[in-house]
Design a protein around this ligand. Structure first.
Ligand code: OSB
Ligand code: MG
Length: 370
């Protein structure tokens, strides 16, 4: 497959409601849309780096640089044999996993379109619909949080994730548990605690949570293992798992009992499948995390979550939970049983609303072979 042209769009999409986590509050989501042209076909990928380095070190700025100055030149004008060929070519670039994953997604979309197969089938997906939940940001008060959670339950979400941080944990989570005793509930700290402050989380063990996500620093598998020993509730790692090796080490060290898989964070869909397979082999459940994706990244997440070991509901909510207007013509909606259908069209199975892309684009560049 000869790569003829790559277009980058730095997008800024207004969120329907502000999203606040332990690392900050945002009213809009930024990302980079990667469009790859090859042999008359067009593939789309979403690089999920945001404006600020709050979740990880990559930003739209660093990703733009790596995409334009390193990844695109490795591909433009070359005949690519497939995804493995792509991965070999980019091995010389350290890190920058979100940037690499954005290009890989576009290549998968192209391969699917070339083969006339949906991404889900290419990845080894086995289910037509996936169970999903909603990730709820920090709110002004426990009462406000209970109200918002009630609204999402009314919409049909059967699993709720609450963002927490030091000082905003037990009161918030306890209020939601009291109001909704039977709801499937989990929490996410985005690495906001230290081994010293994590004792504040111990009372959460009595609240029948599905899991506690990423309480400690991203580079700290060891202290997560020590913390897991103090909980009946499974710990789940997100930020800490950026490679197959880290997944294996977390399994062997017992740093967690569940893994959140995000294709962006691990450097691409093929690595995400690799981690899925390892976890399946070793009996560890996984679920698909989210990065407030546009319709492009959401389609990719749905395909990934259709693999058999994604046994817990994903952070893949309906389009209207995020954006009043999206860049895909397709909008994803919640079924009566808290599921979303996996796209069935070739590749990602989405088409772009070019007018919306232009409207949200802060910058565009078209790259051609030198
Ligand atoms: O930690 O899972 C996270 C959003 C941005 C960055 C990190 C995270 C999140 C979410 C939202 O929790 C998940 C979603 O896309 O709905
Ligand atoms: Mg998380």
């Amino acid at each position: 497959m000869r790569i003829e042209r790559i277009t980058l769009d730095h997008l800024r999409m207004p969120l329907v409601t502000p999203f606040e986590t332990s690392f900050g509050r945002s009213t809009a989501r930024e990302c980079i849309l990667v469009t790859v042209h090859a042999e008359g076909l067009t593939g789309y990928g979403e690089c999920v780096a945001d404006r600020d380095p709050g979740y990880c070190y990559e930003t739209t700025g660093t990703a733009w640089h790596i995409l334009k100055d390193y990844l695109a030149p490795l591909l433009l004008g070359h005949d690519l044999a497939g995804i493995e060929d792509y991965r070999q070519r980019v091995r010389s670039i350290k890190g920058h996993l979100l940037a690499k994953a954005g290009v890989e997604m576009a290549l998968w979309d192209l391969l699917g379109k070339q083969a006339g197969q949906p991404l889900s089938r290419l990845l080894g997906g086995t289910r037509p619909r996936v169970q999903v939940g909603v990730s709820v940001g920090l709110q002004a008060s426990p009462a406000a949080l209970v109200t918002i959670v009630g609204q999402y339950l009314d919409l049909g979400y059967a699993r709720i994730k609450l963002k927490i941080k030091p000082g905003r944990d037990l009161d918030d989570v306890g209020a939601v548990r009291d109001a909704f005793p039977a709801v499937r509930l989990q929490v996410d700290a985005n690495a906001a605690y230290t081994p010293e402050t994590a004792s504040a989380l111990l009372p959460l063990d009595a609240l029948a949570l599905l899991l506690i996500e990423q309480p400690l620093a991203e580079d700290d598998l060891w202290d997560h293992a020590r913390l897991q020993e103090q909980f009946r509730t499974p710990l789940c790692l997100d930020e800490s798992i950026t490679s197959l090796r880290h997944a294996r080490q977390a399994l062997e060290m017992r740093s967690c009992r569940v893994i959140n898989i995000k294709a962006g964070r691990v450097g691409g869909l093929s690595l995400a499948v690799g981690i899925h397979d390892l976890c399946q082999e070793r009996g560890m459940p996984v679920w698909c995390g989210g990065m407030l994706e546009t319709g492009v990244g959401r389609a990719s997440n749905l395909a990934l979550a259709s693999l058999p070991n994604f046994t817990l509901p994903g952070d893949i909510s309906a389009s209207d939970r995020y954006y009043a207007r999206d860049i895909t013509r397709e909008r994803f909606t919640l079924d009566a049983d808290s599921c979303i259908a996996v796209p069935t069209g070739p590749g990602l199975g989405v088409t772009l609303d070019e007018v919306a892309v232009q409207e949200f684009s802060l910058a565009r560049t078209a790259l051609c072979p030198a």
